[in-house]
Design a binder for this molecule. Sequence first.
Ligand SMILES: *Cc1c(COP(=O)(O)O)cnc(C)c1O
Length: 397
Amino acid sequence: MSESLARRAAALDAADELAGARKLFALDDAVYLDGNSLGALPAHVPDRIADVVTRQWGQLRIRSWTEGDWWSAPERIGDRIAPLVGAAPGQIVVGDSTSVNVFKAVVGAVRLSGDPARTDVLVDATTFPTDGYIAESAARMTGRRIVPVAPGELAGALGPATAAVLLNHVDYRSGRLHDLPALTAAVHDAGAVAVWDLCHSAGALPVGLDAHGVDLAVGCTYKYLNGGPGSPAYLYVAHRHQAAFDSPLPGWTSHEDPFAMSPAYAAADGAVRGRVGTPDILSMLALEAALDVWDGVAIETVRAKSLALTDFFLECVAAYVPDGAVTSLTPAAHAERGSQVALRCADAPRVMDELIARGVIGDLRRPDVLRFGFTPLYVGFADAERAARVLGEVLEG
Ligand SMILES: *Cc1c(COP(=O)(O)O)cnc(C)c1O
C-alpha cells in the first residue's frame, strides 16, 4: 500500500507544472503544512530587505519616499495583488492589519448602504474571532445591531433590514469554501453591501472580485501570499463605490493633497482613500519582493494543484490512519473546499506535538482539530504522502 502511494506521489510530482516553484523558497526537509498561518520565506527576500535597509533607508534616507517610490507603495503593491484576486488595477490598497481593514470595510459598507432603516449587520457566526469582534464594534458605532448567521443560513436572514454582510471566503477552521458568487448575489438582491474576508483564499484559489460584483473585501498577506510575519493586509473597494466610500479612519495619507497639511479633510480619489497613516515600509517592501514568486503563475493552476493535493492527502490518510481515528471536517466536494484539510482527532494537542517532532508541521485549533494547509507553490505530493504516513504512525503508536 505505502509503496504504491509513494510511487504515485513521485509520478504526480514529476508531472507537476508548479514543482519548480519550490526552489524559490527557503525550506528544509520538514513537511511544511502551515503556510495557511505563516507562508514560507521566498529565498530572495532577505537580499531585497537588506537593500531597503542599508541603501534606501541608510543612504538615500528621506529621498526614498519620492525617488524610491516608497510613497506610492500601498497602491503599487495593491495592483500586484489584484490579478490574484480577480481585480482590475486601482481598487486595492495595502496597509494596516486585516483587523483594521475589517473595521474600515464594515463601517464603510454601512455608510454606503445609507438607509437608517437598514439596522442589521450580518456576520459569519463561525468567523475568525477578530472579524466578529470588530464587526460588533463597527455595528455599535454606526447605530446598527450585529446578527451572527451561519453562512449556510444567510439566505433566510437577509432582508430589507440588512445593511451589510461580512463573510469569509474560506472558513479558517474547517477549510470550507463558501459560494462567493451566489452569496454576493443574494446580498445584492436584499439591497445590502457585501464585504468578503479573503484571508484563506487569496493565493490559494481564484476569487473573481470584479467578476462577481463584490463590493468590499479585505485579506491578509502573510498566509498564502508569503509576505512575512505581520505583513500588511489589503482593502479592496470596487471602482463603483470609491467616490462614496467614507472611511472611518481618514488619516492624512488618504487626503487628496496630503502635503497641503490642511486642517480640513478632503478624501483622495480611488484606492488611496483606504489609506490611513504612514505606510509600514519595511514590511510592505518585504511583501512586494515576496510577490515575485507569482510572476507567470496562473491562479487556476494553483487551484488545480491544491485540489489534487488535498484529494491525495485525504486518500493517504484513509490508507494509513487507523479506522475511526480521525474525521475530516473539510468538505469532500471540490466546490466547497479551500486549500486546507482539517481533521478532528482525540488527543489532538499531543498528536500535533508528535507530528511536529517528526518533521510534519501543521497546527492545532483547540480543542480537537489538526489543520494541514496546502500551499501549491512549495508543497508537493510526496509531502502529502509523508504527512499522512507519519500521522498514521503517530496514531498507531
Ligand atoms: C488570519 C486571519 C485574520 C488575521 O487578522 P490580523 O489582523 O492580521 O491579526 C483575520 N481574519 C481572518 C478570517 C483570518 O484568517
